[in-house]
Design a binder for this molecule. Structure first.
Ligand code: UT7
Length: 343
């Protein structure tokens, strides 16, 4: 029986810490440490330097994951890169990562295929499902799955954008998903989407339905108004849908696996808002010791939240082989997903 399991993980966040007070004092954001902590649980986040994109953030995380998996980078059969903040509209960040990992250079070049996943906060769980399918079909032995984001260059620090700007941070997490004949690995998954709400959490800067991707001024130069340049979000509605869909996905994947929530040793929830996760945990009766968080120190890193949790929980010994683990995410699209793994 050919199973797919997470054989290694890695994490990288840029060194620059931006506290809630820094948002007020350095960025002039009309907010307060008290408001952000109370409404979201976020204390600080990381911002990457100008010139750095998600592929670069992903390099260290990927190298750590490859080393932890006990393989060489030349053993990677496929890169899957989940991001909503790519360097370019195209090509995707996956090819940039392959190049930065040295997979296109010299005699060791493997020219590994690279696939980008555009499923925002659910991108990692979607990617895990794709990786599992590739491995199950015999199409790959080792898949490098990355969630990497650079939000800091797309935030609106005026009052108009404060609900979004206070939430997001930069970072990257990576795992290697490997084939095994052992009775372990990713057991079940439940994915979903609801495109009726596509505009409820959206960035519309690029829209090819128009005569040009951008509006043009009389000189033919692109003009991007703020509501297209920055993410727009109906926070309250996103919050409500997140709670409903994450609960549904978690219950669905448990039913599919023939288990209940009490059989799960560790829950890795997407980190969008601590209140969403507390709500979910209360409804499902999940005790605090079965949850790990990083939203307090990194904010919402969208596709990177779950691989960052995995890497840090493995590093500090909270996530160990033999554990039954649930991963659950919800985000723009709307898209959502849950997966169960025997670690
Ligand atoms: O990754 C998945 C996608 N994202 C999410 O899941 C996010 C889901 N939504 C949320 O986390 C919350 O809705 C937010 C944290 C974004 C907002 O919290 P809220 O409790 O839902 O606040 P609200 O949007 O209902 O706004 C309440 C008030 C408003 O002022 P008025 O109109 O009552 O005077 C906002 O203008 O809070 C104001 N506000 C802020 N005040 C200080 C919004 N953002 C801020 C801010 N600082 N950063």
């Amino acid at each position: 029986m050919r199973n797919a399991y997470i054989s290694g993980s890695g994490a990288y966040v840029p060194p620059r810490v931006v506290t809630n007070n820094d948002l007020v004092n350095e960025y002039g954001l009309d907010t307060s440490d008290e408001w952000i902590q109370k409404r979201t649980g976020i204390k600080e986040r990381r911002y990457a330097a100008v010139g750095v994109g998600p592929a670069e953030l992903a390099v260290v995380a990927s190298e750590q994951a490859i080393e932890a998996a006990g393989i060489d980078k030349s053993d990677i059969d496929m890169i899957i890169f989940a991001t909503l903040s790519p360097e370019y509209a195209f090509p995707g960040s996956g090819v940039l990562l392959a190049e930065k990992l040295g997979l296109c250079d010299g005699t060791g070049a493997t020219f590994v295929p690279a696939l980008d996943i555009r499923n925002q906060c659910s991108g990692f769980v979607y990617g895990l499902t794709v990786a599992k399918g590739l491995i199950a079909s015999g199409g790959a032995e080792h898949v490098l799955l990355v969630g990497g984001e650079k939000h800091s260059s797309g935030l609106d620090f005026t009052t108009r954008g404060r609900a979004v700007a206070s939430l997001f941070g930069d970072g990257a997490g990576a795992v290697v998903v490997s084939a095994t004949d052992e009775d372990r690995g990713i057991r079940a998954h439940k994915l979903g989407s609801d495109g009726r709400y596509a505009e409820m959490l959206c960035q519309q800067v690029w829209d090819c339905r128009r005569s040009h991707f951008f509006n043009l001024d009389e000189n033919g130069n692109g003009v991007v108004p703020p509501d297209e340049m920055y993410t727009t979000m109906d926070g309250r509605k996103v919050f409500r849908h997140a709670v409903e869909r994450m609960t549904e996905a978690l219950m669905g994947v448990c039913m599919e696996s023939g288990i209940t929530g009490t059989d799960i040793d560790l829950f890795l929830f997407h980190q969008a808002n601590m209140r969403i996760n507390e709500y979910l945990a209360n409804m499902m009766g999940i005790p605090p010791e079965k949850l790990v968080h990083n939203i307090d120190k990194y904010g919402n890193t969208t596709a990177a939240t779950i691989p960052l949790l995995i890497a840090e929980a493995e590093r500090d010994g909270r996530l160990k082989p033999g554990m039954k683990v649930a991963m659950i995410a919800f985000g723009s699209g709307f898209t959502w997903g849950a997966a169960i793994a025997d670690w």
